[in-house]
Design a protein around this ligand. Structure first.
Ligand code: 2HA
Ligand code: ZN
Length: 273
């Protein structure tokens, strides 16, 4: 069992709740079959919950270079899933399969401050670049989720689905829920090396317009105020993909809601797009 006495979460109910939500979502990702082995990553901006005692904590690692300067992250704190570690383990023991990092004043490196010297996710380049982008534009988004939903990734193997907003409209049209709860649709990033800044920058470009971005033949990345919302958007998109695939496997092309029906929802629910 995790020893509570050693955890940064002790006597910090808000921080415990936020990290607890990440652990809950990690369990869902595993149950969904979206988190094979060490697949997927979660990072949370926890800077708003950091007190003087945490700020005074000594580093438990040497500084690790990020590989670029991220000016908006100066003095920022992040909970990060550990690299090569499993979502299903993070679900039970978040502070043993994730760690808290502090970005140093050079904005180009970080140290681990709690609880164990667990090195952050292999996608730290894209996660921290995304947090830097979100803070820079004054967003209240604090959660970045990356996962490997089988149905959505399968759809990116069809070049026809990679054209702008083809998947957004197709998936919106499968069920009103997706139109309502993933109202910006789905951006597409062409295949790029996992963990690369190329992937990070292409994702950030799409985040100007979308909250959920598909990485071709790899996975999906979503951003939101909290990790539950980030998960729910991917979950609704996956539900739509399931409806599409179920209809196809019954031997017919699903009709889909009409553009008029989708636009009616936009007005009725005051959707952004
Ligand atoms: O962390 O999903 O993209 C494992 C991955 C890399
Ligand atoms: Zn991945």
């Amino acid at each position: 069992m995790e020893t509570k006495a050693n955890t940064i979460l002790e006597n910090r109910p808000e921080l415990e709740k936020r990290v607890g939500e990440a652990a809950e979502v990690a369990g869902y990702l595993w149950q969904k079959g979206w988190a094979e082995r060490n697949g997927g990553n979660i990072t949370l901006n926890i800077t708003d919950l950091v007190d003087a005692e945490i700020r005074a904590k000594p580093a438990i690692s040497a500084p690790v270079p990020i590989g670029r300067v991220l000016p908006h992250l100066k003095g920022g704190y992040f909970f990060c899933k550990g690299t090569n570690l499993r979502m299903r383990d993070l679900a039970r023991y978040p502070m043993e399969n994730g760690s808290v990092i502090r970005v140093l004043d050079d904005c180009a490196s970080y140290v681990i401050i709690a609880d164990k010297p667990v090195r952050p996710t292999s996608e730290i380049a894209s996660h921290l670049s995304i947090h830097n982008y979100l803070i820079g534009k004054g967003s209240n988004y604090k959660a970045v989720l990356h996962t490997h939903p089988t149905d959505l990734v399968a759809m990116t193997h069809n070049p026809a689905f990679l054209k702008k907003d083809v998947l957004s409209y197709l998936l919106w049209s499968m069920i009103p829920e997706t139109r309502a709860f993933c109202p910006r649709g789905l951006g597409i990033v062409p295949y790029a090396l996992p963990g690369s800044f190329e992937l990070a920058d292409a994702t950030i470009e799409e985040l100007a317009e979308y909250d959920v971005v598909m990485w071709e033949k790899h996975g999906v990345t979503s951003v939101s105020e909290n990790i539950m919302e980030a998960f729910d958007m991917v979950d609704t998109l996956s539900k739509s993909a399931q409806i599409y695939l179920t209809a196809k496997s019954m031997g017919f092309e699903p009709q889909g809601m009409t553009v008029e029906q989708m636009d009616e929802m936009k007005i009725a629910f005051n959707l952004p797009k």
